[in-house]
Design a binder for this molecule. Structure first.
Ligand code: ASP
Ligand code: MG
Length: 447
C-alpha cells in the first residue's frame, strides 16, 4: 500500500491533473492519494481573508471570482461540466466561502480560526475535482474527507494532530476502504478539532498529512510528488552542476528540510522514520525519473550528500567582560535571547567568547543593550551559513581537510562541527557565498 501526495503545481490545471491520474492509475491499489490545493490557491484564500477583514470586499470578491474561474476551467477541460454531484460540491464550497468572507467583512476580523476555515477550501476544491475525474476511469475510487480522521488540537493555523484519535479513526474509517481495494482521494493540510472546527497543519502541511497517514497505515512507501526531480545536491539556481541526490537517510533529509530545502516539509520525516517507511520524492513532469529515496539507513555514510546554505544571517560575537566570574555567562546570554523570543541557530564558543547566528530581521537593539551590560558584542550582518550534510561525515578524516583546502581563499567567520554527526556549518560573508558553494560542490560532487 502506498500513500501518494501531490503538491500544488502537480494539480495546477487540467493537464497536470491528467498526469496525476496516470501516475495514480499506474500504482497498484490500494492507494491513498493526498492532494494540495491547486498552485497559488491557499495564498489567494488567505489574501481574501486579509482583504475582507480590512473592509475591501470588492477586491476579496474579485479574487474569489478569479479562483472560482480557475477551478471551473479545470472542470471544463476535464470534461466534467455535466457531473452533477461535482457541480453541487463546488457550488456548496463556493457559497460557504462567500458567506465566510462576508462574515469577515462585517466583523473586520481575521482570527487564525477564520483563516483556517477559509484556507481549507483550497484542498476541498482540488480533491473534489480530481476525485470526480479519476472516478470516471476507475470506479473503485472515492473522495474522502480527511477531517473525518485528522483530529487536531485547536492551535489554529498550526494545529497538531492528536495521534491516538487519528490512529483510531483511520482504522475505523479509512482502512476498511483500502481493504476493499478502493483508491482514496483526500486532502492534505486540513483537519478538525474534537468540536468539529476546521484547522490547518501549517503552510506546506500536506506532506505531513501524507506522512502521518503512511505511518498509521504502515504504508510500503510515501511518495511526495512535486515539480522537481527529488532533492538536489545543491540549489540549482546557484550551481549549474547540481544534480539529484538519489538516496538520503532520514537524518540527512531532516537536516536539509530544517535548513530550508523547500522540497519537503520538515515534519514529514518523523512519522516516516518512526516506522522506517521510505519517503520517495518524485517529479510529476518526469514520472520515470527515480527522484530521491529517503531511507532509514543510508548506504554511503561518511559522504557529503548535499550542500545547503542560508543567506542574510546576522552573526554576533559576545565577549565576557568579567572573566573572573565566568560561570553562568552562557546562561545569561541565552536568557536574553529567550526572553526576546529570538531563536539562535549556530553557536561556537571559546573560553570567554561566544559566536552565534540569528536570522536577519530580528530586532536587535534591545538585545544588544542588555547583552552590553555584561559583555562586549560585535555584530556582523550580511553573512551566510553554508552547511555540508552527510551522515557520519565526522568519522571521515579526509573530510575536514578537503573542506578547508577548498575554502582556503575564503574568509570563514565561524565553524560549527561535532554537535551533529550529519552537518558541518560554516559562516562566511554573503559576498563570497556563491563562489564558495560552487567550489565546495566541485570538490565534493564533480569528480
Ligand atoms: N495548500 C497548503 C499550502 O499551500 C498546503 C500544502 O500545499 O502543503 O500551504
Ligand atoms: Mg509543499
Amino acid at each position: 500500500m502506498k500513500v501518494l501526495k501531490f503538491g500544488g503545481t502537480s494539480v495546477q490545471d487540467a493537464e497536470a491533473m491528467q498526469r496525476v491520474a496516470a501516475i495514480v492509475a499506474n500504482t497498484p491499489p490500494p492507494v491513498v492519494v493526498v492532494l494540495s490545493a491547486t498552485a497559488g490557491t491557499t495564498n489567494d484564500l488567505l489574501k481574501m481573508v486579509e482583504l475582507a477583514s480590512r473592509g475591501n470586499m470588492e477586491e476579496a470578491s474579485a479574487l474569489k471570482k478569479e479562483m472560482e474561474k480557475r477551478h471551473l476551467e479545470i472542470i471544463k477541460k476535464l470534461g466534467l461540466e455535466k457531473d452533477r454531484p461535482l457541480k453541487n460540491d463546488i457550488t456548496r464550497l463556493i457559497s460557504t466561502l462567500e458567506i465566510l468572507l462576508i462574515g469577515i467583512f462585517y466583523l473586520r476580523e481575521a482570527t487564525p480560526r477564520v483563516r483556517d476555515a477559509v484556507a481549507a477550501h483550497g484542498e476541498l476544491l482540488s480533491t473534489h475535482i480530481f476525485a470526480a475525474y479519476f472516478r470516471r476511469q476507475h470506479s473503485r475510487s472515492q473522495w474522502f474527507d480527511v477531517r473525518e480522521v485528522m483530529i487536531t488540537d485547536n492551535c489554529f493555523g498550526q494545529a497538531q494532530p492528536l495521534r491516538e484519535r487519528l490512529q483510531q479513526r483511520v482504522e475505523e474509517k479509512l482502512r476498511p476502504l483500502l481493504e476493499q481495494g478502493i483508491t482514496v482521494v483526500t486532502q492534505g493540510f486540513i483537519g478538525r478539532t474534537g468540536n468539529g472546527l476546521v484547522t490547518t497543519l501549517g503552510r506546506g502541511g500536506s506532506d505531513y498529512t501524507a506522512a502521518l497517514l503512511g505511518n498509521i497505515l504502515n504504508a510500503d512507501s510515501i511518495e511526495i510528488w512535486t515539480d522537481v526531480s527529488g532533492i538536489m545536491t545543491v540549489d540549482p539556481r546557484l550551481v549549474e552542476a547540481a544534480r539529484t541526490q538519489r538516496e538520503l537517510s532520514f537524518k540527512e533529509a531532516a537536516e536539509l528540510a530544517y535548513f530550508g530545502a523547500k522540497v519537503l516539509h520538515p515534519s514529514t520525516i518523523q512519522p516516516a522514520m518512526e516506522k522506517r517507511i521510505p519517503v520517495v520524492v518524485k517529479n510529476t513532469l518526469q514520472p520515470n525519473d527515480p527522484g530521491t529515496t529517503i531511507v532509514h539507513q543510508g548506504t554511503r555514510p561518511g559522504e557529503v550528500k548535499a550542500i545547503a546554505f542560508r543567506q542574510n544571517v546576522t552573526m554576533l560575537t559576545v565577549e565576557s567582560t568579567r572573566m573572573l566570574m565566568a560561570y553562568g555567562f552562557l546562561e545569561r546570554i541565552f536568557e536574553v535571547f529567550a526572553r526576546h523570543r529570538i531563536s539562535v541557530d549556530l553557536i561556537s564558543t571559546s573560553e570567554i567568547t561566544v559566536s552565534l547566528t540569528l536570522d536577519n530581521g530580528v530586532r536587535l537593539e534591545p538585545v544588544l543593550q542588555e547583552l552590553g551590560e555584561f559583555s562586549r558584542v560585535e555584530v556582523k550582518t550580511g553573512m551566510s551559513i553554508i552547511s555540508l550534510v552527510g551522515e557520519d561525515i565526522k568519522e571521515s578524516p579526509a573530510f575536514l581537510a578537503r573542506v578547508f583546502t577548498t575554502l582556503k581563499n575564503f574568509p570563514i567567520e565561524m565553524i560549527s562541527f561535532g554537535a551533529s554527526n550529519v552537518n558541518l556549518s560554516l559562516v562566511t560573508p554573503d559576498a563570497g557565498l556563491k563562489e564558495a558553494v560552487v567550489e565546495l560542490h566541485r570538490a565534493f560532487f564533480e569528480n
